[in-house]
Design a protein around this ligand. Structure first.
Ligand code: 5RP
Length: 231
């Protein structure tokens, strides 16, 4: 059911894709629906070029026959279409459940517009039920984790951090980093939290996407709803 809703959200966003566009291609199961739908259009003659946000999405895009490029060759994109783990009414997001948050944020901010596609279970009143992914460099992992715990405490959160994949076999991102997932329950002030996290040496980035998304297509039982950012 939720997979069908993800496909519907992806299909609605496909309407925004026009010939000649430079498109940032997201990561995750919802983005994969989008990639397959774009692939169908490409095989029917649509000419676009895509910049993928992960090796996984790059592979699927190639299999679908989508022409790919890089931000070196195309530093500005027209549109990025990507999923999210949570989104609120202001279109602030938590991303990184699929481990691609760094490339996703770079690609989204290199785009004139970012469009989020999601099933309605991702739409929340307040961010934070989904553990916030924090991408960190492997060097100094133990110290970075302690520093993060201190920062989270000083921001009023109980510091519940877990290394994705575990100590024995930690998950490695496409950029060669690890992810600490911070279980925060409720994020009262996303901007303050973002600033505090980015001040910790060893933190590369985090999964809060604040003021980046322009609109979202959210598919629920009653159909697909479009939400625009109030900016
Ligand atoms: C990957 C992401 C994904 O967009 C997010 O995890 C949503 O995934 P899905 O569409 O599979 O629910 O941020 O890093």
């Amino acid at each position: 059911m939720s997979d069908e809703l993800k496909r519907k959200a992806a299909a609605a966003a496909l309407e925004e894709v026009e010939a000649g566009m430079r498109i940032g291609i997201g990561t995750g199961s919802t983005a994969e629906h989008f990639i397959r739908l774009v692939g169908e259009r490409v095989r029917a003659g649509l000419e676009i070029v895509g910049v993928p946000t992960s090796e996984r999405s790059a592979k699927l895009s190639r299999e679908e026959g989508i022409r790919l490029s890089t931000l070196e060759d195309l530093p500005e994109l027209d549109l990025t279409i990507d999923g999210a783990d949570e989104l609120d009414d202001n279109l602030n997001l938590i991303k990184g459940g699929g481990g691609a948050l760094l490339r996703e944020k770079i690609v989204a901010t290199a785009s004139k517009r970012m469009i989020v596609i999601a099933d309605s279970s991702k739409h929340v009143r307040q961010l934070g039920a989904f553990a916030l992914p924090v991408e960190v460099v492997p060097f100094g992992l133990g110290s970075t984790e302690r520093a993060l715990a201190r920062v989270l405490s000083s921001c009023g959160y109980e510091p519940r951090l877990s290394l994705r994949g575990g100590r024995q076999n930690p998950f490695v991102t496409d950029g060669g980093h690890h992810i600490l997932d911070a279980d925060l329950r409720h994020i009262a002030d996303p901007d303050a939290l973002s600033d505090a996290l980015l001040r910790v040496p060893g933190v590369v980035d985090h999964g809060l996407f604040l003021g980046i998304a322009a609109c979202a297509y959210i598919a629920g039982d009653g159909g697909v709803r479009k939400i625009e950012a109030a900016r």
